[in-house]
Ligand binder design. Structure first.
Ligand SMILES: Cc1cc2nc3c(=O)[nH]c(=O)nc-3n(C[C@H](O)[C@H](O)[C@H](O)COP(=O)(O)OP(=O)(O)OC[C@H]3O[C@@H](n4cnc5c(N)ncnc54)[C@H](O)[C@@H]3O)c2cc1C
Length: 388
C-alpha cells in the first residue's frame, strides 16, 4: 500500500500534524509510526506532569533562531482555540503559563490519543532509513526490523537527541544526513549547568535558594533571571538555570562562547548599602551570616572572604565559572537541529518534495514556559495544513 502521509514520531508535533491533516482529508491513508508502546510519552511527563502547553507571551523573539519562524510563531491564539475545540479546559498562572485544568499531562495524552484512529497508528516500530524515488515521487521507509512502508509525503517529527529514554535519540539522523540535508551544531538546552567550583557546589549540594542568576560571556552581561536555584554536586540547576542554559546553548551553538561565568545574587532585595548597614549592627560576621543563610552557605562566605566588603560582594555576586552544559540525557530540549536553510515556509525540504520536518528536530528552541510544546504544536499543524 502507498500511504498519502506517514508521520515518523508520535510525539506532540506528529500528533497535531495528524489531527490537522485528517480533519482536512478524512479519507486519506495516513499512518503514525512510533517506536514507543504509546503515543505522546514526552508530553505525558511534561511540566512536572502538569503539561505547561503554551504561554501568553508567545512570540518568535522568545526562541533561539525564532526569526526564521516569524510567520509561524505569532501568538498563542491558534493553540488556545484548538484546545477549546478539543474540549481541553485550561487555566493560566500569574506568569502567563497555560496548563490543563486537570493539571494532568496524562489526561491530555489520553484525550489526544483517543482522537486518533487506532488503524492509523503503528507502535513499537523504529524507522531507521528513508529513501526517495525521484521518478515515482514515492518515499520508502525502512524499520529497524526490516519492514518497508511507502508514502507520497512524510513528516519527520522524531524529536532531537535530548531525553532519549523517551524515544528521541536521533537514530534517523544518519539517514537524513545521507540525503545531503544539513543540521546546525546541536547542544543540550533547558538543563543544569556544570561549574568549576566543585568544592563550593559539593558543600551546597541539595540546597535551594531564592536568588537571581546571571550569565556573562567575556564579561558581557547576557541574561538574568530570578527564582529558585538548586545546587547539585557539580552543577547549578532549577528552572531559572534551565532558562539561562537556553542562552548559553545558543552561544555554544554559534561559536560565540568565551570565558562564560554565572553570578548569583543571594539577596536581590537588598542593595550593597542595605547589607553594609545590616552587618554593621552586629560585630560578629559569622553570627550575622548565620542569621541570613543556611549554615553551609554562611560557612562558605565566612571562610573565603577576608573582610566585610568581600562578603557583601560574594552575597550580591557569587561567581561560578562555567564548565559545560549538562547532558543530553536530562535536557528538556535541543538547541540546534535541521538547518533552517533546508526548509521552506511550509516546513518542506527545499531539496526533496514531500519531505517535511516539525517540532524539536528543527533548529528552534526556547526557555521553559510552554514555548517548546507550542512550537511542536504550531509546526505540526503547519505541516498538516500544507500537504496536498
Ligand atoms: C522532562 C521534560 C519536561 C518538559 N516540559 C515541558 C513543558 O512543560 N512545556 C514545554 O513547552 N516543553 C516541555 N518540554 C519540551 C517538550 O516536551 C518538547 O519540546 C516536545 O515534546 C517536542 O515535541 P516533538 O513532537 O518534536 O518531539 P517528542 O515529543 O520528543 O516526540 C518525538 C517522538 O518520536 C519518536 N521517535 C523518535 N525517533 C523515532 C524513529 N526513528 N521511529 C519512530 N519513532 C521515533 C519518539 O519515541 C517520540 O515519541 C519538556 C521536555 C522534557 C524532557
Amino acid at each position: 500500500m502507498i500511504y498519502d502521509f506517514i508521520i515518523i514520531g508520535g510525539g506532540i508535533s506528529g500528533v497535531f500534524s495528524y489531527l490537522t491533516y485528517k480533519k482536512r482529508k478524512p479519507n486519506s491513508k495516513c499512518l503514525i509510526i512510533e517506536r514507543n508502546n504509546s503515543l505522546l510519552k514526552k508530553l505525558s511527563i511534561s511540566g512536572n506532569g502538569k503539561c505547561n502547553f503554551t504561554n501568553d507571551y508567545l512570540n518568535y523573539k522568545k526562541y533561539n533562531n525564532g526569526e526564521n519562524f516569524k510567520n509561524l510563531i505569532i501568538n498563542n491564539k491558534k493553540i488556545l482555540s484548538l484546545f477549546d475545540d478539543l474540549g481541553i479546559v485550561y487555566y493560566k498562572d500569574e506568569e502567563g503559563r497555560f496548563y490543563p485544568y486537570s493539571n494532568s499531562a496524562k489526561s491530555v495524552q489520553t484525550l489526544l490519543t483517543s482522537l486518533i484512529n487506532e488503524d492509523d497508528v503503528l507502535l513499537k516500530t523504529t524507522i531507521i532509513s528513508i529513501e526517495y524515488d525521484k521518478s515515482s515521487k514515492i518515499w520508502t521507509l525502512l524499520s529497524i526490523d526490516n519492514k518497508e512502508f511507502k508514502s507520497k509525503n512524510i513528516l519527520i517529527s522524531t524529536g532531537s537527541i535530548n531525553y532519549p529514554s523517551l524515544g528521541s535519540d536521533g537514530i534517523i539522523f544518519k539517514s537524513i544526513k545521507s540525503l545531503g540535508i544539513n543540521f546546525t551544531d546541536i547542544f543540550p538546552s533547558n538543563i543544569y549547568i556544570n561549574c568549576k567550583e566543585t568544592d563550593v557546589l559539593k558543600e551546597l549540594s541539595g540546597l535551594r535558594f531564592k536568588a537571581c542568576i546571571s550569565l556573562y560571556n567575556s564579561n558581557d552581561h547576557i541574561y538574568s533571571e530570578s527564582g529558585e536555584i538548586l545546587f547539585k554536586d557539580k552543577a547549578i540547576s532549577g528552572i531559572v538555570t534551565f532558562n539561562v542554559s537556553s542562552k548559553l546553548a545558543y552561544l555554544y551553538k554559534n561559536h560565540l562562547i568565551s570565558k562564560p561565568y554565572l553570578t548569583i545574587d543571594f539577596m536581590e532585595d537588598y542593595s550593597k548599602d542595605d547589607l553594609l548597614k545590616l552587618f554593621k549592627k552586629e560585630n560578629d560576621l559569622n553570627k550575622t551570616l548565620l542569621g541570613l543563610f543556611h549554615p553551609n552557605l554562611a560557612n562558605i562566605l565566612y571562610q573565603r572572604c577576608n573582610n566585610l566588603n568581600d562578603i557583601i560582594n560574594d552575597i550580591k555576586s557569587f561567581k561560578f565559572e562555567i564548565d559545560s552544559l549538562g547532558d543530553f540525557e536530562h535536557a528538556q530540549v535541543t538547541c540546534g537541529g535541521i538547518d533552517s536553510k533546508e526548509i521552506n515556509e511550509e516546513l518542506e525540504s527545499n531539496k526533496f518534495s514531500g519531505l517535511y520536518f516539525s517540532g524539536d528536530i528543527l533548529d528552534c528552541d526556547a526557555p521553559c514556559g510552554g514555548y517548546n510544546i507550542s512550537f511542536a504544536i504550531l509546526s505540526g499543524i503547519k505541516v498538516g495544513e500544507s500537504i496536498e
